[in-house]
Design a protein around this ligand. Sequence first.
Ligand code: ADP
Length: 298
Amino acid sequence: MSGRFLCLGECMLELSETQDGTYRRGFAGDTFNTAWYARRALGQGWSVAFGTCTGTDAVSDDMMAFMAAEGIDTSTIRRVPDRTLGLYMISLANGERSFSYWRSQSAARLLTDDDAWLRNITLYARHIHFSGITLAILSPYGRKRLLSALADARVNGTTISFDTNIRTKLWEDEAAMRAGLMQGAVHSNIVFPSFDEEKATFGDVRPSATADRYLSAGSRLVIVKNGPGSVLLKTGDGEEAMVRVTPSKSVIDTTAAGDSFAGTFLAHLLDGADPKTAAEKATAVASNVITHRGALIR
Ligand code: ADP
């Protein structure tokens, strides 16, 4: 099988403090991390593309060169003069990490400003992945435009997946966030929620309640992750499967656990695996990712 797998969202410049007080530069963001893990697991017949906006400055050039070197297709990136990448810094205090963000003016927030460009990159993708963060960084009008482009791509045969990735602070208010997340599911074949976030946001009492809520919105398959707990897969036809997770004894950094899960799952599914097998592969990768520092673990 072959085609274009397109991830939509924001990749940021990451500066992380090292033990000697200097900062190491990297590039990361939830849907970009998913693209990176999908690229590793997918056959070469597939192109894995990242759809976003960057600036026209040197650091935007560097990010695109980094992506290209990692095998990610950057032809789906729109360059916007007078904007640049969002930035986040990871500071270390007594071994604990804290995060500061500068992303309110990032180029990626303009993802839907050029509707013709957006439709051009989305219309011929075999599969499109986006997230609650992709939605949260857009204006309410931008969200509508994105969901409309996804709906049109779907009519054209594209399948869509949505990682809810709930970040309350990025949304204008909680009601808009809950409505936006449900709208994301309305436009998706597959939804990837994490139970702890869903419980906190929607009051779900158990993982199957999370699955049922997104299935009733119209999604065909919901994969509810639950940290070290089992992963629940549930379909619109009422089929259910559980994939056991072996709780790790050496968790170091859970950054990108869910992103690596989604990328690996989708790669195996698109390459023809059944959902349960794809979830087993995804669990194996995610359980390794959390035993290392950072998002992209080779
Ligand atoms: P997210 O990062 O999206 O919040 P989770 O924290 O639920 O998602 O984790 C995603 C996946 O990472 C889990 O389904 C599991 O495979 C793996 N994982 C997370 N925490 C652990 C853990 N403590 N031990 C083993 N695997 C884990």
